[in-house]
Design a protein around this ligand. Structure first.
Ligand SMILES: [Zn+2]
Ligand SMILES: [Zn+2]
Length: 145
């Protein structure tokens, strides 16, 4: 909790109880890339006073400071990700899992980060297909039959 408190302070945010709880959830579920509703559902069990609006406002404050990033890979919802290091995302069309992937991208690696005069501040790579786990299950099924 102290580490998360410091993280909020370092980003110029007052470490309120609700902000800490939202941040803690993101930190613990770093692999799931939760939606605001998922965070609200989980937190409201122990915090009956929290509202969906509070969760959204908190996430927006985090977004503005760059503490979290918003991923729209599924096209239907916003998934939140605690920003640790720049990475890209892979969406499995079979099980819907969003997986972090490290891909060397020439634009990210380039020192200038300018394309046709446009300054690039962020790069989001979205990859879609069938994840490793689903691929394995598929091959096992074919083997059995
Ligand atoms: Zn899958
Ligand atoms: Zn991620």
């Amino acid at each position: 909790m102290e580490r998360l408190k410091k993280l909020l302070e370092d980003n110029g945010l007052k470490p309120t109880y609700q902000r800490l709880k939202v941040l803690e959830y993101l930190d613990r579920h770093i692999d799931t890339h939760p939606t605001a509703e998922m965070i609200y559902d989980a937190l409201s069990r122990n915090m009956p006073t929290i509202s969906v609006t509070t969760v959204y406002n908190t996430l927006n404050a985090f977004l503005q400071t760059g503490l979290v990033s918003a991923e729209t890979i599924t096209g239907t919802e916003v998934r939140y990700d605690l920003v640790t290091h720049p990475h890209h995302h892979f969406l499995c069309r079979m099980c819907g899992t969003i997986i972090d992937v490290d891909v060397t991208c020439p634009v990210v690696e380039a020192k200038t980060k300018v394309i046709n005069g446009h300054t690039i501040e962020e790069v989001h790579g979205y990859f879609k297909g069938v994840c490793e786990k689903c691929n394995r299950e598929k091959t096992e099924c074919t083997k059995k039959s």
